[in-house]
Design a protein around this ligand. Sequence first.
Ligand code: FES
Length: 293
Amino acid sequence: MNQKIAIDFIEKQDWLGEAGDAIQPVVIKAFEAGGETGQKIKNFLHGTWLGHPLHPVITDVPIGAWTVAAVLDGLELAGKNKYKAGADAAIALGLAGAVGSAVTGLTDWTGTTKKKRKIGLLHGILNLSATALYATSLVLRNCKGSRNRAITLAMLGYGVTGIAAYLGGHLVYSEQLGVDHTATSEEYPMEFVVVLPENELIENKMRCVKAGAIPVLLVRENGNIFAIANTCSHLGGPLSEGELLDDCRVKCPWHGSVFSMQDGSVVDGPATESQPKFDVRINNGQIEVRRAK
Ligand code: FES
């Protein structure tokens, strides 16, 4: 219940919405200004090549390193001075990881709106604050007479990191950011089912049909019919309302992910998971599909 109050409070913060309105277009335009290279960098940072968001992989570095530092700092405070150097090294490693976390997180944040964007922005602000505390701590560790102050700042940073990590977890587990939105609990048809009379599918026009409860996107190009799940794996956008590009690719109307109709693979992020692909056959003048194995 307390968690709900905290999240509702964040959602009511207009300043987060206004800051998002100001920052998000700047980041998006920076990638766009880079043209094809900018898009490649963006895809890399999203984790399109990994088939999984890259951000949560990298966040383990600062969280893990700073946890080690907290333990070693604790031992130092208990009088075991031999752990000093280890704590300092762990903090430096965490700072390096924090840079990667910030860049990948900011990139993923460009594909968010409304409540997710507000929570994501606060998550980022808290992480930047924690990073600043750790950076200051690292500097003070090498200044004579400042060791205890440095450890206090690191402990403070660890607390802030914990709150930021909680918000990151909320974004994934409650807001479903970064999860595969095609991994539905509905059953995909494993046997062929009729979806549309063949003569109703026009060449180079997208058509959304239902295979049981599953929305499926059909496209006919050069006489070949391709079918992939219509629900975008990124955040569930309806692909049939997007744009059909050349080379049999489709662009999601919500955040611009591009998928190949031929095999469902991600061409451009923010999506990182492929679209489920369907086998297609014509039977008695009807288009039939089943989930490709
Ligand atoms: S829902 Fe975000 S790109 Fe499709």
